[in-house]
Design a protein around this ligand. Structure first.
Ligand code: SF4
Length: 473
């Protein structure tokens, strides 16, 4: 029913923290926006790894009794939105596997672009895969007998995999994390100081997809895990190893849409970036209007930026119900479109008799906005001007974002902005340019991926397959 882009996954892990499962749970709860299909936590007490994972939201998967049963001081957790492999229990992470080197648990965010090729090689030599995810190839690479330790195995294996990966690994006595040389997906390191920390090093650590998870789990942001870096934390402390030269290509969609506005990723605060995106949008596509509003929740910050730069007042023209979710029971006679209407309503006192600028962060099928435009008209809006804080999305993402197929994307189906405006039935439409997008972030322009808008891929895909491409195996 939703006209949105699929989120991907969220990761959290802790080391040397007495309440490891609870901290990991808090981190995953903060990362729920990155994946709502399933959740899992594995915990080690230094000897034994215990795991709980299931389909559902973090709050549905874990009870207090579950967390109490996960005793230990090292943890690793995952929330999943499936981008490779179907949404089923066998694919829920962390994957926990026993090899000749001992137990290891793996949590992955991103999509590998040569997973099919590697899997074919392993299967040709008799390996049996347990899941239909791309993530499992790393486990088979690590299990190779030529490596004496997992650390050595990671340094030898990571250069063989291509694409997007932020990984957290846990063995009974270590927490490890790695980020691909492009740093497509965010991954951050924090410190936790609590009484009762174990061992002589006296420091607790947390690794997570976004800083909002550190904040909510009581950790203090230390730094980002660097592209091409492997971090190992064990009884000897924290050490950083390099397995590849960094070639940054951070996902700009994280700033536009995915990451939480209270997070800091790729060296910038997401909230500030979104404000600047809105400001730049106002300069690129000015309009005479009476009020600026955002499509809640994700369009609100860019709408604020648009309002500040244009001098047009901001107000809340839409209300979004947060309770129309998976549990909403669609009455028999209700149409799919009506369910969308249940999610949003226009605020008549804000839009009646007004020329309204609506700011949103993406336009996927366009069907939802058509309904929203109808709601605004019914509430008395005299003109509707839509502004999108990124360029038209016309190309596939191979790095872990689940866009629709080109035929379903409105900018794939309709070639011109004018044709899209006409389809939406509104007075004007403006998209931010790629240059505009890259003008609001602090790193050099070449350090960001914009492939879904510009069509230039930082890592050419080796295996082009859909989400269920591994299911036949
Ligand atoms: S193609 Fe788009 S969504 Fe995918 S990583 Fe690049 S910027 Fe992000």
């Amino acid at each position: 029913m939703d006209d949105s882009v699929g989120h991907h996954c969220g990761l959290a892990g802790t080391y040397n923290v007495p309440d490891a499962a609870a901290r990991c749970y808090m981190g995953l709860f903060a990362l729920q926006h990155r994946g709502q299909e399933s959740a899992g936590i594995a915990v080690s007490d230094g000897k034994q790894v215990r795991t709980r994972k299931a389909m559902g939201l973090v709050t549905e998967v874990f009870s207090k009794a579950d967390l109490d049963a996960l005793s230990g001081h090292i943890s690793i957790g995952h929330v999943r939105y499936s981008t490779t492999g179907s949404s089923r229990l066998a694919n829920v992470q962390p994957l926990t596997i026993d090899t000749a080197h001992g137990q290891i648990a793996v949590a992955h965010n991103g999509n590998l672009v040569n997973a099919r090729t590697l899997r074919d090689e392993f299967e040709a030599h008799g390996s049996i895969f347990q899941t239909s995810t791309d993530s499992e190839v790393i486990v088979h690479l690590l299990a190779q007998p030529e490596f004496r330790t997992y650390e050595e195995g990671l340094l030898g294996s990571l250069p063989r995999i291509l694409g997007a990966y932020s990984f957290i690994f846990m063995t009974p006595d270590k927490l490890m994390a790695a980020r691909d040389p492009q740093g497509f997906r965010p991954l951050v390191l924090g410190r936790i100081t609590v009484p009762g920390q174990l061992g002589s090093i006296g420091e607790g650590w947390m690794i997570a997809s976004e800083t909002c998870a550190l904040d909510q789990a009581g950790a203090v942001f230390e730094r980002e895990i660097e592209p091409g870096e492997l971090v190992v934390i064990d009884a000897e402390g924290l050490r950083s190893r390099r397995f590849a030269k960094p070639r940054p290509a951070h996902c700009m969609f994280e700033h536009v849409y995915f990451a939480r506005p209270d997070s800091r990723i790729f060296g910038d605060y997401v909230h500030e970036v979104r404000l600047r995106l809105g400001g730049r949008l106002a300069r690129e596509h000015p309009v005479q209007a009476d009020v600026v509003t955002g499509v809640p929740d994700s369009g609100n910050v860019a709408a604020q930026g648009f309002a500040r730069a244009s001098g047009i007042p901001f107000d809340f023209g839409f209300i979004r119900s947060h309770y129309v979710g998976r549990s909403f029971i669609k009455p028999e006679q209700m149409q799919r479109e009506q369910v969308v209407d249940m999610k949003f309503n226009a605020v008549r006192s804000v839009v009646d008799g007004k020329r309204v600028v609506v700011v949103d962060d993406s336009l996927v099928r366009g069907t939802t906005f058509r309904r929203q435009a109808k709601l605004l008209r019914e509430a008395g809006a005299t003109e509707i001007h839509l502004r999108i804080s990124c360029p038209p999305t016309r190309h596939a993402c191979y790095y872990g974002i689940d866009f629709l197929s080109r035929g379903e994307l409105i900018a794939g189906r309709l070639k011109t902005v004018e044709a899209i405006r006409e389809y939406l039935g509104i007075e004007s439409l403006g998209y931010l340019s790629v240059e505009g997008l890259l003008s609001v972030v602090s790193q050099p322009k070449a350090h960001y991926c914009t492939a879904c808008w510009a069509g230039e891929y930082p890592v050419p895909p080796v295996d082009v397959m859909d989400k269920l491409g591994m299911e036949k195996c």
